[in-house]
Design a binder for this molecule. Structure first.
Ligand code: 1PR
Length: 545
């Protein structure tokens, strides 16, 4: 089998990339030190996280010159995400750290005035208006396909600028900002999106690189442009726990109660790895696994979740999030293990993001009690510093508390169209920990604003009152949270049919919507939801065969 060299500098989830390359029939040789680059034929530099952190690490470990030499010697080079960014002159993320300067231009932060940042989700990499000869495609990219992006900084696209220097560019557009989605010249190809996370469309681009097929003649049908911009993200979520027989199963609660009403058994809806694959093939844009009872035991002993990730990432090429038990802990032999080390285990096993629940609430309480001063030591801060804020999701488990008037509580209230049992016209949303078992004196507004400052990159917004109800999302909660923060929000809890997804995308500015029970019970597929949204005029990504 042909070999491809991959630079492993502990920059997040390289396992998925390795899985994707192996799936395409190639063997991986890991670059462990700079001199290994000399023997590389094809070199891939992946990367997530901070531009400065990444480039400084390259420079201190002596990788910059060997990478430059590799590129100069005309051998194939692929840079992914920060691996693309490294080819430019620099980034506003860390203005004092220079890039390789192989491509002119610098990265700027997306404007977050009217859109969420980071830019997370499926977007285009289109070449039709970027000077490519009419009949040719670029590394197998299709204008009708969507690719998975996750980043806050991008290279603005200026018509003709890169082309004048011989580069071919594929672009994407986010909230009116057109940027470089992929770029290439001769032996160099680089993508801002993650091909290993972009389903079959991404695997096609990787294959074209591995086979050095920079140009291919378009099939006329593939030139069709299905619409540019970020698609509506639909996510399937699997709540996982051990049942009474000791098997790890996908379960589903009703207001977080996962036991059958009559027999008291934990509901068993299927096997996690099989169901994740099924949802991937139905077109789920991401898969989220929540280990819902992880607060009971030590996560390092919780190897089945690591195994679930490893096995899922072999065949599922969309982003995987894992939640449950991401916090500082003590291993069975008494060794202290930091949340960062726990997260690292998950990233190495194929996770792209970790989701933090209970620990985020405790950390936000401490942050507020310190007078809103950061400690630099919380799970959110340490993991986002090492892996970038896009890798840190905070999962929020709120409960509605009805009040007659805003004066009756110190918490942030909203006027609700759904009054409480005593006709109360206001409510606030109380944060809970341990899967809703313990309510805290903190409201959701306080939590999300605190964790955004601490470095969370996304909010998974559940609602215990709506969970398993099949009666639609809590639109009031979602609208209120969206007003409070700039980072993306995934709306969760209450989806019962495809029209509920239309409601949440129509009536709130949510960035993504998540469903569980309706998919697990087989009432609807993810594809049903996407077909419905598409009919209603929303831009969605469809699974490519
Ligand atoms: O606190 O960091 O260890 O994380 C624990 C994680 O487990 C948290 O993300 C928490 O939300 C989750 N969790 C804990 N207990 C439960 C439970 O159900 N008993 N599940 C639980 C949360 C909510 C959603 C669900 C949606 C959609 N599950 O994930 O999938 O409500 O459901 P629906 O579409 O069927 O209405 P930590």
């Amino acid at each position: 089998m042909p070999t491809v060299h991959l630079l492993d500098y502990v920059a997040g989830n390289v396992r998925s990339l390795a899985n994707a390359i192996e799936k395409l029939g190639y063997t991986i040789a890991w670059i462990k030190e700079p001199k290994d680059i000399e023997s590389a034929e094809s070199l891939i530099v992946p990367g997530v996280g901070h531009f400065g952190h990444c480039l400084t690490q390259f420079s201190q470990s002596g990788y910059l010159e060997p990478i430059r030499k590799h590129i100069d010697s005309s051998k194939p080079f692929l840079g992914i995400c920060v691996g693309l960014q490294a080819l430019f002159e620099g980034s506003a993320e860390n203005p004092n750290v220079p890039g390789l300067g192989i491509i002119p231009g610098k990265l700027v932060r997306f404007d977050d005035e009217e859109k969420s940042v980071p830019h997370i989700g499926w977007n285009s990499a289109a070449t039709n208006k970027t000077g490519l000869p009419q009949a040719e495609s670029f590394y197998g990219l299709r204008n009708s396909s969507k690719y998975y992006y996750v980043h806050s900084y991008a290279v603005p696209y200026e018509e003709g600028l890169f082309e004048r220097h011989g580069w071919t560019v594929a672009t994407a557009e986010y909230g009116g900002e057109k940027f470089v989605g992929a770029i290439g010249r001769e032996n160099v190809f680089a993508t801002q999106f993650h091909p290993e996370k972009s389903g079959l469309a991404g695997l096609r681009a990787l294959k074209a690189f591995l086979e050095s097929k920079q140009r291919e003649t378009w099939e006329e049908t593939l030139r069709h442009d299905t619409g540019q911009g970020l698609t509506r993200r639909v996510i399937a979520c699997l709540d996982v726990r051990t049942n009474d027989q000791g098997d790890l199963v996908v379960t589903k609660g009703d207001k977080y109660d996962v036991r059958e009403k009559d027999e008291g058994q934990v509901r068993n809806l299927g096997k996690p790895v099989d169901m994740a694959r099924q949802y991937y093939e139905q077109g789920s844009d991401e898969i989220t696994f929540l280990n819902i009872t992880s607060f009971r035991n030590c996560p390092l002993a919780d190897l089945p979740m690591l195994e679930i990730l490893r096995r899922t990432s072999e065949n599922v090429f969309v982003p995987l999030t894992i939640g449950g038990g991401i916090r500082d802990t003590v291993d069975t032999d008494g060794t202290k293990v930091s949340a960062l080390e726990v997260a690292m285990l998950y990233f190495k096993s194929g996770a792209d993001k970790v989701s933090i629940g209970s620990d985020a609430v405790t950390a936000a309480e401490e942050y507020i009690s310190r007078g809103k001063r950061l400690s630099g030591e919380t799970a959110i801060e340490t993991i986002s510093a090492a892996y970038g804020n896009q890798a840190v999701v905070v999962s929020v488990d709120p409960k509605r508390v009805h009040v007659k008037s805003p004066e009756m509580t110190k918490h942030h209230t909203i006027k609700t169209a759904h009054p409480g049992p005593l006709g109360e016209e206001y409510c606030w949303y109380q944060c809970t920990i341990k899967g809703g078992r313990e309510g805290r004196d903190m409201d959701v507004h306080q939590l999300v604003t605190a964790v955004e400052t601490m470095g969370a990159g996304e909010i998974l917004l559940n609602c215990i009152d709506k969970d398993g109800s099949n009666c639609g999302f809590d639109l009031e909660l979602i609208n209120d949270v969206k007003k409070s923060i700039k980072i993306p929000v995934i709306s969760s809890s209450g989806a019962g049919n495809p029209a509920h997804f239309e409601d949440v995308f129509q009536q709130t500015p949510t960035d993504a919507a998540l469903g569980a029970g309706m998919f697990h019970r087989g009432e609807y597929t993810v594809k049903d939801v996407k077909d419905y949204l598409s009919e209603k005029g929303f831009l969605v990504r469809q699974f490519e065969d």
